[in-house]
Design a protein around this ligand. Structure first.
Ligand code: BG6
Length: 487
């Protein structure tokens, strides 16, 4: 892997959940495993008054919690800690930024400002950084999702940030693109001769993309009430996965070559408006139930949630792409909180056999061939096929070829943030969203939000610990299909 130059990484929201749970453990790993961070300064920035020692104690606690014990090395931690600083700052007060500059290395050093804060602070922070003369040619800004809450607010943020940073300095992060299997999907599609000739409407019956979570809204009730599953998961993670499955082969792996192709997919999404929204989407909200045998409260009983809330915690959508490759192929997108299992997977179901000559080749809705790309809980790819059952009869049974990357490569899987942070430092934008992509994603999602707002229907209830409302099964059953787990 290409080495990285010296850098300063400033994390706004440096004592927050994302920094503690993901960013700092990811940086610890990079420091432990390579020389990537040896010329670096990592500065956590937050509002709380705190001495550096206290901050180091907090970071150490979370690294010990989120890095498996076997991976936590005392010497590596001490060395990592010597690169860590804390700066107490009120992001809204320009004067607060004065001393931050003194903590940074020379202006020629790569500077990364990671905004792990609420999006309503993005513009304020960028303006204050610029006014304090901290934005150099070597600076980059990382924007966490959600970037706005509709087309207008995301355009406003993008315009204001774009007036300070050039597009090649802006890294809009979607951590799903940093997951190993998502990149493996690119490798599978564009590094093998086998799949690409089959990757079209003539051979593929439907595609199912599921991100199911067992957790509820946890301590993020207030945020979730304003956001809901469509904005939190579909507008970004699910649409990005759809892009990777559906895009044309880019001419190279260069950022714009890849992002141009993703943009074409987003623009080809058939708009869902008015009555189509009721017919092709399902929104749900969990009621009390049980996860792994333990009782859990319903969404309306969670802290910070309005008693009559209409916020959706589950979404299923039947999406279509208006282009030659995919015309008529349904892409079923589904995500939900408090679902039966934690599962993120992409299932590509191939068309049925044109003519069956062998008994029991495949029964019911089961297609003879599916490609299952698992992102969570384990990463891997399975190719489902039919084979002869042992014995003298010529009977067929489903079998699968299992590409288990953990087993094959026997190396630690990088966390998505680990890879994406290093990409930011190297200035590689391939796995980050361009402004026009984000805009196209919001343009597709917004009419759905409007139709839901206008509708008198409430989100459909589902019991925590299930696969969502029954209407989600009906959505796919209308095409004669069923969700992968029901096969
Ligand atoms: C985040 C959402 O973007 O992704 C969360 O805001 C969600 O609500 C999380 O829980 C899921 O990420 P992962 O990697 O745990 O599947």
């Amino acid at each position: 892997m290409q080495d990285v130059q010296a850098f300063d990484l400033v994390i706004f929201g440096g004592s927050g959940d994302l920094a503690m749970r993901k960013l700092l453990p990811a940086l610890y790993y990079r420091h432990r495993d390579s020389a990537d961070c040896s010329q670096s300064r990592i500065i956590g920035v937050a509002r709380q008054e705190m001495e550096r020692d206290e901050y180091l104690r907090l970071v150490e606690q979370s690294c010990r919690k989120f890095v498996p014990a076997g991976d936590f090395d005392e010497d590596a931690w001490r060395s990592f800690a010597s690169h860590l600083y804390y700066y107490n700052l009120d992001a809204t007060r320009p004067a607060s930024y004065d001393h931050l500059g003194a903590m940074l290395q020379s202006p020629d050093t790569t500077r990364v400002f990671f905004l792990a804060t609420a999006p309503d602070l993005f513009v304020t922070i960028c303006s204050n950084l610029a006014a304090s003369g901290l934005v150099t040619r070597e600076s980059r800004v990382v924007l966490e999702k959600p970037l706005g809450h509709d087309v207008a607010s995301s355009q406003q943020i993008n315009a204001a940030v774009g007036a300070i940073f050039e597009e090649h300095q802006i890294f809009r992060i979607d951590h799903y693109l940093g997951k190993e299997t998502v990149q493996n999907l690119l490798a599978l599609r564009f590094g093998n001769a086998l799949f690409e000739p089959l990757w079209n409407r003539a051979n593929i019956r439907d595609v199912q993309i599921t991100i199911a979570e067992q957790v509820g809204v946890e301590r993020r009730g207030e945020f979730y009430e304003r956001t809901g599953a469509l904005r939190d998961m579909v507008q970004n993670h699910l649409l990005q996965l759809l892009c990777i499955v559906a895009m044309e082969p880019p001419s190279s792996i260069d950022p714009d070559a890849v992002r141009d192709e993703k943009l074409k997919v987003l623009r080809a999404l058939k708009p869902l408006t008015g009555e189509d929204v009721a017919a092709h989407t399902v929104r749900g909200q969990y009621r009390a139930g049980a996860i792994d045998g333990k009782p859990v409260p319903g969404y309306l009983e969670e802290p910070g949630i309005a008693a009559d809330s209409n916020t959706e915690t589950f979404v299923a959508i039947r999406a279509l792409l208006d282009n030659w490759r995919w015309s008529g192929v349904p892409f079923y997108l589904r995500t939900g909180k408090r679902m039966q299992d934690r599962l993120a997977e992409i299932v590509v179901n191939f068309r049925d056999l044109p003519h069956k000559i062998l008994p029991s080749a495949p029964a019911g809705d089961r297609p003879a061939n599916s490609l299952v790309i698992q992102l969570q809980p384990d990463e891997g790819v399975q190719l489902h096929m039919m084979a002869k059952t042992p014995g003298d009869e010529m009977r067929m049974s489903p079998v699968h070829l299992n590409l288990d990357f953990g087993e094959t490569f026997k190396s630690r899987q990088w966390d998505a943030y680990e890879r994406l942070l290093m990409d930011v430092i190297r200035g590689n934008l391939t796995l980050f969203m361009r402004r026009d992509e984000l805009d196209a994603a919001w343009r597709w999602v917004e009419p759905i939000l409007h139709a839901w707002q206008k509708s008198e229907d409430r989100p459909k209830p589902y019991t925590a610990g299930t696969w969502g409302p029954a209407a989600s099964n009906t959505l796919v059953a209308r095409d004669g299909h069923c969700w992968h787990e029901d096969i």
